[in-house]
Write a protein that binds this ligand. Structure first.
Ligand code: FES
Ligand SMILES: [Fe+2]
Length: 442
């Protein structure tokens, strides 16, 4: 159980909040790089409670700027993306990727007022198929996190993103809540799954009360779920890593490996970025097709717009199994084919995570009222994650800067995945396995 004060601290991410400031010490994924084409459509974003507009100029460079024109606050989303700038359609002022006004079309020739006009903008980097944004103090600019999925060639990686209608923490803590895999994600009929997913589900279903261990590390933690396994006296281990503030590596039995990044939109909405990658070769067409069925991550998606409760519109990808469609729940399927009657793993996750009662009266996606929880031993990873983030946010309030943002190499990890072993403890498993939790060589 979390106190009401710590629950607030954990969940609130807007400008000036302790958790929002902690997030602003890290590079964060803002948009998938391929969404932005030179002179193409701008993309409306909100990150950590700030409304933003991303666009790629004629030279191929990306800017993320405030979304309203400095003249009379017309929305620049409707602007013309032309000749290395975004031109407001109201009176023709034009802005570059650094938010500078480069042309004041309705001012007399020679007028220098434009030189005083500057829209807010944030530094970006294009790397690993993602446009990253840094929203913190310039003098503390961090290193990019050297995640293996970002370091491999573009054809070795599959990226997706979508809207999750919850606070960031409701999403990310679900990644390390391994005992739910035995229930929420269980299936009786798995014939349509790729083999590796069948293995995962079968192992999870065999033992619904795994032994959960957490080993804290400098980047976050590694957690192992130990289960009894069918037809063998070995244990089945599933391992996942959490990397501060919001990355997961969720181990599969083999390639592709995958995980997510949960980037707060505001207190009640999150963009989930999913990655799947092969560490040694390009993904095959069949692997990509399998990823895109929506049976795991990402869910079934459509590109679209979403109006936030305050009216701001996001350009994002929307799950088709959602609150409005009741997650396409089929009660007959629930009786004989799977546990939930809902098709995809992320769709199953969102059906529970997006519909928890809020502590603050917000009808959709409010902060979960964690003062009402009754946690058990299997919740240890989520409790650890909350504690680490609350500690780091409080430390930052006292002036103690986190050191991880300046140590990008600490993110250079490969998931130990899933494996059978006679090792009874996570410590012995990690020692036993030379490559486990080792720095990936890419
Ligand atoms: S409001 Fe944009 S140019 Fe006038
Ligand atoms: Fe899940």
């Amino acid at each position: 159980m979390l106190s009401a004060a710590n629950n607030e601290l954990l969940g609130r991410v807007g400008p000036g909040t302790p958790m929002g400031e902690l997030f602003r010490r890290y590079w964060l994924p803002a948009v998938i790089a391929s969404e932005l084409v030179a002179d193409g459509d701008p993309v409306r974003l909100r990150i950590l409670g700030e409304d933003l507009l991303a666009f790629r100029n004629s030279d191929g460079d990306v800017g993320i700027i405030e979304p309203y024109c400095a003249h009379k606050l017309a929305p620049l989303y409707f602007g013309r993306n032309e000749a290395c700038g975004l031109r407001c359609t109201y009176h023709g002022w034009k802005f570059d990727i650094n938010g500078r006004c480069v042309e004041m079309a309705n001012a007399p020739a020679g007028d220098t007022y434009k030189d005083e006009i500057q829209l807010k903008h944030y530094p970006t980097q294009e790397w690993g198929g993602v446009i990253w944004i840094y929203m913190g103090p310039e003098e503390l600019t961090p290193q990019l996190p050297q995640l293996e999925w970002a370091r491999v060639n573009d054809d070795q990686r599959h990226l997706s993103r979508w809207l999750q209608r919850t606070n960031w923490c409701q999403g990310v803590e679900g990644e390390f809540d391994n005992s739910h895999v035995s229930f929420l994600h269980s299936w009786q009929d798995m014939s349509h799954f790729p083999n590796y997913l069948q293995e995962v589900i079968e192992a999870a279903q065999f033992d619904g009360a795994p032994q959960i261990e957490v080993k804290e590390t400098d980047y976050g933690f590694i957690t192992g779920a130990r289960r009894r396994s069918p037809d063998t006296d070995q244990y089945h281990w599933m391992m996942s890593q959490w990397m501060m503030p919001t990355y997961s590596l969720v181990g599969n039995p083999g390639w592709p490996q995958g995980g997510r990044v949960w980037v707060p939109i505001d207190d009640y909405h999150t963009t989930c970025f999913a990655f799947a990658y092969h560490g040694e070769r390009a993904l095959t067409e069949a692997e990509v097709a399998s990823i895109e069925t929506g049976v795991a991550f990402p869910p079934r998606l459509e590109k679209g717009v979403f109006q936030l409760p305050d009216g701001y519109v996001l350009d994002t990808f929307l799950p088709t199994a959602n609150r409005e469609s009741n997650y396409l729940l089929d009660r007959e399927v629930q009786q004989g084919i799977n546990f939930t009657g809902i098709y995809g793993a992320n769709e199953q996750d969102r059906s529970v995570q997006e519909n928890m009662p809020s502590a603050d009266g917000v009808p959709v996606g409010g902060l979960v009222d964690r003062t009402r929880e009754h946690l058990v031993a299997t919740d240890l990873p989520g409790v650890t994650l909350r504690r680490r983030m609350i500690q780091a946010a409080k430390a930052l309030q006292k002036g103690e800067e986190p050191t991880l943002p300046q140590q990008g190499d600490l993110y250079h990890r490969r998931s130990p995945g899933q494996r059978l072993s006679t090792c009874a403890t996570l410590e012995s498993l990690l020692e036993d396995s030379a490559e486990a939790d080792s720095k990936a060589e890419v």
